[in-house]
Ligand binder design. Structure first.
Ligand code: B12
Ligand code: SF4
Ligand code: SF4
Length: 303
């Protein structure tokens, strides 16, 4: 086996963060080749969570008992093979956020019915690239001698249909929440220091890494609506009336995504869904955490 790079031995977390950032910066696949060759994603944010963080157990109540903990993910991946982690062995979740570029966000800001061409190509090719990031992080860790898996790409990944809409057995946003990268919002979507117009990814590994500090008080702390009662701009932005003061109606949102896809696929010459994301652009949380009023009385987050 090749020797371990000294930069990895000195600071494994920094080594992995730099590797993800340079992969995104330098990879020719991170390009809107069908439009103008400009980058799909800006520099990523990277964070780490402990695999035994009690939050992952809490997600079995918050999301459903079908939602996997990092340990269950590893057990499903490795089974009883030699080298499989045992209770007490270290596990980490490596998470990243791929922020949309200013150009793509600006183009979607002008839309009021369906996504722009740039947003659609970011949705389609950007997720293909996100899968490449997942595969690269798994490859890197395995090369360094640590078993790793991207749950979203694993054969046990499942998308389920609950009474209130679709959910999955590995939510990448909940992994990012545990890894200190942001919080949820009135639209359900995830607000990071680089805003809400983003996609994210995650990998579980047996490598122990120092967890990123969560700099927020609760799971809605980055959305002013839940903290000082202000904003609510996303309510007007949604063409499907899927967002109200009570939150996000996933069934209405999904029905609209299907409808707009059928209309725009021939226009944008894509065969997959076109996305939407109007609620993620033209709003104060598009590319940053909005300002929260200083004298705010925190609104208790909904369960
Ligand atoms: C199913 C799915 C959908 C469904 C349902 C979305 C949803 N809200 O769950 C539909 C089809 C509607 C959808 C739509 C879209 N999606 Co989608 N989708 C997914 C998928 C595959 C699974 C999501 C999941 O499992 N949700 C689980 C449920 C339980 O999550 P939730 O209800 O939002 O969670 C709430 C509760 O947990 C609550 N909560 C209550 N108590 C507590 C306590 C604690 C401690 C915590 C942490 C939370 C919490 O807070 C949350 C918010 O209210 C993920 C990929 C993945 N595997 O993660 C992408 C994903 C969520 N989608 C994404 C995107 C980009 C979109 C679209 C913009 C489409 C597009 N690309 O143009 C729209 C945006 C809709 C929106 N406003 O969020 C991104 C998220 C981007 C972001 N900024 O959040 C993801 C993560 C894909 C990716 N890899 O980047 N999607
Ligand atoms: S537009 Fe305002 S209320 Fe809606 S999610 Fe963003 S910050 Fe929260
Ligand atoms: S909630 Fe769904 S339908 Fe409404 S703007 Fe957001 S992505 Fe589009």
């Amino acid at each position: 086996m090749a020797s371990t790079p000294s930069a990895f031995n000195q600071d494994p977390a920094l080594f992995i963060e730099k590797h993800i950032k340079s992969f995104v910066r330098d990879n020719p696949e991170n390009r809107l080749t069908h439009i103008d060759g400009s980058p799909i994603w800006d520099e990523p944010l990277v964070g780490f969570a402990r695999g035994d963080d009690p939050l992952f157990q809490e997600y079995k109540t918050v999301i459903g008992d079908f939602h996997l903990t990092p340990r269950e993910v590893m057990e499903k991946t490795l089974g009883e093979r030699p080298g499989s982690p045992k209770p007490g062995d270290s596990l980490s979740v490596i998470c990243w956020v791929l922020p949309s570029t200013d150009k793509t966000r600006r183009s979607n800001r002008k839309q009021n019915k369906g996504p722009s061409r740039e947003w659609t190509h970011t949705y389609k090719h950007g997720e293909v690239f996100n899968s490449m990031v997942r595969a690269e992080v798994v490859r890197l860790l395995q090369e360094l001698g640590y078993p790793a898996v991207a749950p979203f790409a694993a054969d046990f990944f499942q998308r389920l249909y609950l009474a209130n809409g679709p959910a999955s057995n590995w939510s990448e946003r909940h992994a990012c929440y545990a890894a200190g990268l942001g919080t949820f919002s009135l639209t359900d979507a995830f607000i990071t220091p680089r805003g809400m117009a983003m996609r994210c990814g995650s990998v579980v590994t047996t490598l122990g890494l120092p967890p990123t500090t969560r700099q927020y008080a609760h799971h809605y702390a980055n959305c002013p609506f839940y903290v000082d009662g202000s904003c609510g701009a996303c309510i007007q932005r949604c063409p499907a009336q899927a967002i109200t003061e009570k939150g996000h109606d996933k069934l209405k949102c999904e029905a609209y995504l299907n409808k707009i896809s059928a209309e725009l696929q021939p226009v944008y010459q894509v065969t997959t869904g076109v996305g939407c994301g109007l609620c993620q652009t033209g709003v104060p949380c598009e590319s940053r955490i909005p300002k929260i009023k200083a004298a705010a009385t925190p609104v208790p987050p909904a369960a």
